[in-house]
Design a protein around this ligand. Structure first.
Ligand code: RIB
Ligand code: NA
Length: 298
């Protein structure tokens, strides 16, 4: 059972399902509303736990009603929340999400996530030291992302940086990551490149190994060699929210089986995740993942 530490955001997702996205200034009648648990950090923690990992979450919630429910939900999924801080006089993170035709648009208000400090990472250092992998995303302060990369790197624990939402990062910082897992758009921002530069050329000049996600087209990965492709698994997409989180979690959980195997399993897990509404809706348990992989083995 791999041990995973996730350093990242916890949000409440306020999801509206509509036929299409509204234009600026337009009021549209939607079809459905639901509030579900989300946040890239929380989602990755839950996805890893469902795949059978021992998961420790380093994060922050506010002092509102969402906070209690967020913590209960993580606990219920088997995630250790002893390093989730409660921030006084602060709202919990929220994401207003519109889903239309299997695509999404998201506005995140960080709230308590903005108060996750390098000191919180320092307090979890003993957990990081004994982890098989660390996952970190960019919905928390940059200095906390950096502290996570530095801590894991110093302890020789592989750290996966999921650069979402993307910001430009210094090369020294990227070099601390065992893998970065952007999509094409995020990789361009991360490297400060032109948005229309070919993704293979972006991958070749990244200062660290890259696993690049391509939605339904699967993923590309590159360590020292030329980029290699892993095809996607065809499914009926309902909601792509959380697909990247499921991908990252599976990558971390199966990393010890080798990169190519881990990427294949991550693509399969991500495919299953988009078949249901909500970020955590379709996230597979290990047996569901194994069933899909077995079907494609023959
Ligand atoms: O990656 C999906 C997540 O991004 C959602 O759950 C939402 O909270 C946003 O943070
Ligand atoms: Na989903």
């Amino acid at each position: 059972m791999p041990r995973i530490v996730v350093v990242g955001s916890i949000n409440m997702d306020l999801v509206t399902v509509a036929q299409r996205f509204p234009a600026p200034g337009e009021t549209l009648l939607g079809e459905r509303f639901l509030s579900v648990h989300g946040g890239k950090g929380g989602n990755q923690a839950v996805a890893a736990a469902r795949l059978g990992a021992e998961v420790h979450m380093v994060g922050a919630v506010g002092d509102d009603a969402f906070a209690t429910s967020m913590c209960e939900e993580l606990k219920h999924e088997g995630v250790d929340i002893s390093h989730v801080a409660r921030i006084e006089n602060c709202s919990s993170g929220t994401a207003s999400i519109t889903v239309a035709g299997g695509e999404n648009e998201i506005v995140v208000v960080p709230g308590a996530n903005a108060h996750l400090q390098p000191s919180h990472v320092a307090k979890a250092q003993h957990l990081i030291a004994s982890a098989d992998a660390v996952l970190v995303q960019m919905e928390i302060p940059l200095e906390t992302v950096e502290a996570t990369l530095r801590t894991a790197h110093a302890l020789r624990v592989p750290v996966i940086l999921n650069p979402a939402p993307a910001q430009r990062l210094p090369t020294e910082c990227l070099q601390l990551a065992r893998y970065i897992t952007p999509n094409q758009h995020e990789l361009a921002i991360l490297l400060g490149a032109d948005a229309d530069e070919d993704f293979l050329s972006l991958m070749r000049r990244a200062p660290c190994p890259v696993v690049l996600t391509r939605g339904a087209e699967g993923a590309w990965f590159r360590e020292e060699s030329e980029p290699q492709h892993q095809a996607g698994f065809a499914v009926d997409a309902v909601d792509s929210t959380g697909a990247g989180d499921t991908f990252n979690a599976a990558l971390a959980v199966f990393l010890h089986e080798g990169l190519a195997v881990a990427v294949r399993k991550a693509c399969a897990a991500a495919a299953l995740s988009v078949t249901r509404l909500g970020a955590r809706g379709g996230m597979p348990h290990r047996t569901q993942l194994e069933t899909l992989l077995a079907k494609h083995q023959a």
